[in-house]
Design a protein around this ligand. Structure first.
Ligand SMILES: [Zn+2]
Length: 272
């Protein structure tokens, strides 16, 4: 997809999974609709992705895009509310230090790879459509999943970033100013509310955006490993105390006292 997206295909993708009352229990799309959305590049046949293939895919897709490209897409998403533009920064941030590795059995996470967290699903096909739905709906959900990384960055490589306008940078500055000036005990839900008036968005979109800034190393607990410097293995991504709220690692450890990592902002957005 480039800057224009086929509206009918997008509607087919959206209504396959979502209704006014939320997730659908079962997705049923007519053959004709599926064929249309597939031709438009928004829906896909299910594919079998082994762990080894997923790792290769994530790494190859990472090599197919530049930091500047995903940053331009991200900045272009903030005022336009093009959530599909927003996603790839999160995937790229996780992928930068993503290691070549093979599946090993872990004692603590029996069904997940201890390095990347991929679930043991070799015998089941992966539904790429739900991943693409999440990408368009919220800016992605599973930025740390190698299958999603491979897919998301492959899509990003085909996209044309909108010309850089002052709007995106200004919005991001306002978001970072807000995050940097919260009371020391402020939590992620406080931050989510605080940035609500700053750009067109709903709660889930703001949560995703905050998660992406965590993957970038911008909103983190500086005493814990971040994806900016390393690749924190799945097994080491500990839960924060009292966090029943399903925020991803590492942003789940953020509190107001940590503010914004200036080094990480300089790395991703040197022009801010
Ligand atoms: Zn793995």
């Amino acid at each position: 997809m480039t800057s224009s997206t086929d509206k009918r295909a997008l509607k087919i993708l959206g209504s396959a999974y979502w209704s006014s009352s939320g997730w659908k229990n079962e997705s049923n799309v007519s053959d004709a609709d599926f064929a249309y959305a597939k031709k438009a590049g928004l829906m896909f046949d299910p594919i079998y992705v082994t762990h080894e293939r997923a790792v290769q895919w994530a790494i190859a897709s990472r090599e197919s895009v530049s930091k500047e490209h995903v940053v331009s897409l991200f900045l272009g998403s903030l005022q336009s509310r093009r959530l599909d533009f927003r996603s790839s920064l999160g995937s790229f941030a996780v992928a930068r230090n993503f290691p070549h590795h093979k599946w090993t059995k872990s004692e603590t996470a029996t069904h997940n790879c201890p390095i990347c967290g991929m679930y043991e699903t070799q015998n089941k096909p992966t539904d790429m459509n739900v991943l693409n739905f999440e990408r368009f709906k919220w800016g992605g959900v599973r930025h740390a999943n190698p299958v999603y990384i491979g897919f998301d960055l492959e899509q990003a490589a085909k996209m044309t970033a909108p010309p850089r306008e002052a709007g995106g940078g200004k919005t991001l500055n306002n978001i970072l100013d807000a995050a940097g000036s919260m009371p020391s005990g402020a939590r992620l839900s406080d931050l989510e509310r605080k940035i609500s008036p700053l750009f067109p968005s709903n709660k889930n979109e703001r949560r995703t955006l905050i998660g992406i800034l965590g993957y970038c190393g911008i909103l983190v607990d500086p005493s814990r490993p971040t994806f900016l410097e390393t690749f924190p293995p799945f097994e080491s991504r500990t839960d924060a105390p009292r966090s029943k709220d399903d925020w991803p690692y590492p942003v789940r450890w953020w509190r107001g006292t940590f503010g914004v990592s200036v080094n990480a902002v300089r790395f991703w957005f040197p022009e801010l």
